[in-house]
Design a protein around this ligand. Structure first.
Ligand SMILES: [Zn+2]
Length: 121
């Protein structure tokens, strides 16, 4: 299967990973909408949110909780928006939860590599 997220998870192509456990990874979006734009992705190929098991959904929620405060602290963001796309709005057909730090409408200021340096430590 030609899935970019499965390839990142399998190490076939690089990803800017800021979190990993046995069930999920979190990587920076390479075309960020804002600084710190992160995606939490299950390691198993789950097409969209309707296919997520309860266990996996709960786990993703718990990881989001943990990463949310960490990202906000490190990037001085005052809020966070969680986004799940579905149907034609979902570009990659492998479930991912977007974490979008809210800088109160400030423009993007950092390069992805700079954000990666901060969040991967
Ligand atoms: Zn996949």
């Amino acid at each position: 299967m030609d899935c970019i997220f499965c390839k990142i998870i399998n190490g076939e192509i690089p990803g800017k990973k800021i979190y990993e456990d046995d069930k999920v990874i979190a990587i920076l979006d390479i075309n960020p909408v804002v600084d710190g734009h992160t995606m939490i992705i299950p390691k198993t190929h789950v097409e969209d949110y309707t296919k997520l098991s309860d266990d996996l959904l709960l786990h993703i929620y718990n990881v989001a909780n943990k990463l949310c405060n960490d990202i906000m602290d490190k990037l001085n963001s005052k809020g966070m928006t969680f986004t799940v796309n579905y149907g034609d709005s979902q570009q990659v057909k492998h479930f991912h939860l977007h974490l979008l730090p809210d800088y109160s409408l400030k423009d993007k200021e950092k390069e992805v590599d700079e954000v990666y340096e901060i969040l991967s430590k």
